[in-house]
Ligand binder design. Structure first.
Ligand code: ADE
Length: 236
């Protein structure tokens, strides 16, 4: 997989992409992440990338030309599955969407700033608009890093224990059950007895009950989605 990120602040990605799973996935050649400074595609001598909105009002708008030039440059080199724009009014990011995007070969992620990008970029160049939640961040860089992280860890081989991505929260529409490690008794705070029993079948059942209880309490809408899915498969 290759991800090209268009940003006016490439250095914001230095921390998140240089540690842990993403770092290892890059080293193993499972993902290539390329950062492009939109300013490098500006044509005027001040390297301007934003301007005042025609409508008046406060804030600046990211200009069409540098972003258009950057996207066309990338597209001239290879085909892209999606050109993603990170924006609070995009579709909500979710595990199913992460699963789907993790199967893509080439993605562009465009990070917005100020009041956002000129609408013509969204109309003519962007193929998917994603929000990471109903709150406003100061730019699209953190959302782009969040999306990249969620995708990269799903690439086979990115996580050393192959099964662990499958047992994450939200896979199968359930939150993950609680986990424990040694010591079994820390100052009287005890690990549930069942986990020490060695009875694999009962442990699996306990995990499922815990996952269901957590999901019911904290994300009831996920269970409703699961029930609808089951109804659909029964009818088919
Ligand atoms: N840019 C600013 N806030 C955002 C959000 N919540 N999701 C995606 N992009 C954003």
């Amino acid at each position: 997989m290759r991800i090209d990120i268009l940003t006016i602040f490439p250095s914001m990605f230095r921390g998140p992409f240089d540690e842990s799973i993403i770092k290892r996935a890059r080293e193993k050649g499972l993902v290539e992440i390329h950062l492009h400074n939109i300013r490098d595609f500006a044509t005027d001598r001040h390297k301007r990338v934003d301007d005042y909105p025609f409508s008046g009002g406060g804030g600046m708008v990211m200009m069409v030309e540098p972003i258009h030039r950057a996207i066309e440059f990338l597209k001239s080199e290879r085909n892209y599955d999606e050109v993603i724009y990170t924006t609070p009014d995009g579709i909500p990011f979710s595990q199913p969407l992460a699963n789907r995007l993790s199967m893509c070969q080439n993605l562009i992620i465009l990070c917005g700033h100020y009041k956002g990008v000129d609408q013509r970029i969204r109309d003519h160049l962007v193929t998917m608009e994603i929000s990471i939640g109903d709150y406003v961040l100061s730019g699209g860089e953190l959302p782009a890093a969040v999306i990249t992280d969620a995708l990269v860890r799903l690439i086979p081989g990115a996580i050393s224990d192959e099964t662990s991505a499958l047992t994450d929260s939200f896979q199968d529409n359930l939150l993950a059950p609680p986990v424990y490690t040694r010591p079994a008794d820390y100052m009287g705070w005890k690990v549930p007895e069942i986990l020490l029993s060695g009875n694999d079948k009962q442990i699996e059942q306990w995990k499922m009950e815990q996952a269901l209880e957590r999901t019911k309490r904290l994300r009831p809408h996920l269970l409703r989605a699961l029930e609808k899915e089951e109804d659909r498969t029964k009818k088919d």
